[in-house]
Design a binder for this molecule. Structure first.
Ligand SMILES: Cc1ncc(C[n+]2csc(CCOP(=O)(O)OP(=O)(O)O)c2C)c(N)n1
Ligand SMILES: CC(=O)[C@@H](O)[C@H](O)COP(=O)(O)O
Ligand SMILES: [Mg+2]
Length: 642
């Protein structure tokens, strides 16, 4: 749906158009931009509050800088909607996150204004520093490089690795810290408390604005003046902050905190900072959800609210004929509390996703036993390992794609030491509208090759509960449980716990001619397919393999002794995945069969609705029906592997 932009915004196709306006027009541009974001996100969905919070910052940056020559790197990128609208994509913005439409995150192939592809957090300072160093090397002394990083993203270790490096480079790097005291949930940690303390330091704030513009003016007048400027700055800051500013200690010149909603002042400040060389950090204070009062009040809910009525603020429920089963994440959250009530060794850990993972259920019920450690996946894993060394049973819940960050920790700190950490990988498989940065595509492949791991995927809520129950029973070493984004399939999910035999699958349907082997929730697609196939007189067997490691060899011998036509289905990449594990088994035991592997192909899968993507990747019920029909017609003269 096309939505009309305001009178000024309508004439801004690119930042060069914005730069033709007077600075007295900027406030109106912000108003129109904010309204445009509200209009489209309310009918289209997507990330909301973060983009509203940086409207002024975005306008000021494109006004003061010479983009795309000057480069802006957004951290995470969920706040870049204003940037997209101002940089040639206003007319496509209604396709945001829709199959075939523009991406919800900055993406290099989409626009030359998107200096760096993002989605995962805490990368902006490293990337912008790389660009700044490259520019210096190429003699592009006039080029500006800006990293915009939120206070949440700054809790990620990578951001500190980059600050540490940038502090000794002379490159022209501006880090803008967008401080709104929020991650998706309220931001956490000592750093957050530190930022609050400098934001509220009255004595320092008194001097800040004057200091920035005086420095910029003096700096412009040559190297001597620059030396004087530095001295004045150091003595003022030294007195006021007693050399205690974290960023100053890392050789950054620290400016701020400034009001992130005063667009003209922001534009002037950014203009001034262009004249100050070396690494510098501008601390900007904003309100997440600014300009939409409901979002300002409940920032977590409005981080990505789904569709809503922009007038009443009512969030629209997806309409279904009958009540939907619970989301897997909620089954996890409630089950964890139930288990923790009975087992006082259980602890909960999430790196910055309390609401997304439903770890907040345990955090509310047992605040001393559940931790949000910030956007710090590596730390989350090794912290869990530490807990496990003391006989506790940590349930460390990490989205599959964010777990990519902590791979060495899984191997070095958990698997090698055979520690009883339970990894719950939420959002495993294709996640939908967030797209390739967030698809939990790789975990089966990258986990399967690590010794000592047990890796299971529940086909439904009852199985998830039983896997979680089994994982905490005995000290059985690291246990990975992967499950998808979205709803389960059982209305009555809360069934009594049963211990599962580790490495044992189950035969769900005893059929003939073709065996369908599934791993996890995709088993439900096979179940649907089998109903359709039966109607056409085709009766395949269905095995829910449950554990990709260790594999149920006994069950697989049964399969390959009976069938020479096999389909494997998984919600993960085919290279090295579940189907590959089955091929390895066949090869190890000299079985020959025609095997069709269905799953995510060896290519980047873009954004779209989950079901659309399953269709596109050919592993939904329809695909299983088609492949099964093809197989059942084939009379193999020669065995093939597909
Ligand atoms: C590595 C990684 N872990 C977790 C996330 C999920 N995530 C996306 S945005 C966000 C909060 C970011 O907070 P902040 O940087 O302060 O931005 P704000 O939303 O406040 O503008 C989190 C935790 C992510 N994108 N990447
Ligand atoms: C930007 C980001 O990384 C998160 O906001 C992510 O989009 C959350 O995904 P879910 O909606 O699946 O929790
Ligand atoms: Mg924040």
């Amino acid at each position: 749906m096309q939505i009309e932009a305001g009178a000024l915004l309508k004439n801004i196709l690119y930042p060069s158009d914005l730069r033709k306006l007077k600075d007295s027009d900027l406030e109106e541009v912000c108003k129109e931009l904010r309204q445009f974001i509200i209009d489209i996100v309310s009918v289209n969905g997507g990330h909301f509050a973060a983009s509203l919070g940086v409207v002024e910052l975005t306008v000021a940056l494109h006004y003061a800088l010479n983009t795309p020559y000057d480069q802006i790197v957004f951290d995470v990128g969920h706040q870049a909607y204003g940037h997209k609208i101002l940089t040639g994509r206003r007319e496509q913005f209604h396709t945001n996150r829709i199959l075939g439409g523009i991406s919800g995150f900055p993406k290099r192939e989409e626009s030359e204004y998107d200096a760096f592809g993002v989605g995962h957090s805490s990368t902006s300072i490293s990337a912008a520093l790389g660009m700044a160093v490259a520019s210096a090397y190429k003699g592009e002394t006039d080029r500006q490089h800006v990293a915009i990083i939120g206070d949440g993203a700054l809790t990620g270790g990578m951001a500190f690795e980059a600050l540490n490096h940038a502090g000794i480079e002379k490159s022209n790097l501006l880090v803008i810290l967008n401080d709104n005291c929020m991650s998706i949930d309220p931001n956490v940690g000592a750093l957050k408390e530190y930022l609050t303390s400098i934001t509220t330091s009255k004595s320092y704030n008194k001097f800040r604005d004057e200091l920035i513009s005086i420095l910029a003016k003096i700096s412009k007048n040559g190297p001597d003046a620059y030396g004087w400027a530095k001295k004045i700055e150091q003595s003022i800051k030294g007195t006021l902050l007693k050399n205690a500013n974290l960023f100053e200690s890392l050789n950054f010149r620290y400016f701020g905190p400034v009001d992130g909603h005063d667009v003209t002042k922001l534009a002037k400040t950014i203009e001034d900072l262009k004249n100050i060389n070396g690494p510098k950090l501008l601390h900007v204070v904003t309100v997440k959800g600014k300009g939409y009062s409901l979002a300002e009040k409940d920032q977590t809910k409005w981080h990505a609210p789904g569709l809503f009525d922009k007038i009443t603020g009512e969030i629209k429920k997806t309409t279904h004929d009958k009540p939907q089963p619970l989301k897997y994440q909620d089954v996890f959250g409630h089950t964890l509390v139930e288990l923790a009530e009975a087992n006082d060794k259980i602890m909960g850990i999430t790196p910055a996703m309390p609401s997304g993972s439903s770890m907040n259920i345990m955090m509310n019920a047992m605040p001393n036993r559940a931790f949000d450690v910030g956007i710090a996946e590596q730390h989350a894993v090794t912290f869990s390992a530490g807990l496990a060394t003391q006989g506790l049973v940590p349930f460390c819940n990490i989205y599959s794609s964010f777990m990519q960050r902590a791979y060495d920790q899984v191997i070095h700190d958990v698997a090698l030491q055979k520690l009883n950490v339970v990894f719950c990988l939420d959002r495993a498989g294709l996640v939908g509208a967030d797209g390739p940065t967030h698809h939990g595509a790789y975990d089966i492949s990258f986990m399967r090759c690590v010794p000592n791991l047990i890796i299971g995927a529940p086909m439904n809520e009852e199985e998830l509960r039983n896997m979680m129950y089994t994982a905490q029973l005995d000290n059985i070493g690291p246990f990975v449980i992967r499950y998808p984004r979205g709803n389960g399939v059982m209305p009555d999910w809360k069934r009594p716990f049963k211990a599962l035999p580790i490495g044992k699958g189950r035969k769900l349907i005893d059929g003939e001619e073709v065996a369908i082997l599934t791993f996890g929730h995709v088993g439900n697609e096979a179940a649907k397919a089998i109903i359709d196939l039966n109607a056409e007189g085709i009766y395949p067997s269905h095995y829910d393999i449950r554990f990709v490691k260790p594999l149920d060899e006994e069950l697989l011998h049964e399969v390959f002794q009976k069938f020479n036509k096999v389909i494997t289905v998984e919600d993960g990449v085919l290279p090295g995945g579940f189907g590959s594990a089955i091929l390895e088994f066949m090869s190890n035991h000299n079985y020959q069969a025609q095997v069709i592997r269905l799953g995510i192909p060896d290519e980047i899968v873009e954004h779209g609705e989950q079901k659309e993507l399953w269709r596109l990747c050919n592993y939904d019920a329809e695909a299983i029906v088609n492949e099964c029909k093809k197989l059942s017609k084939t009379q193999p003269t020669q065995f093939q592997v597909g």
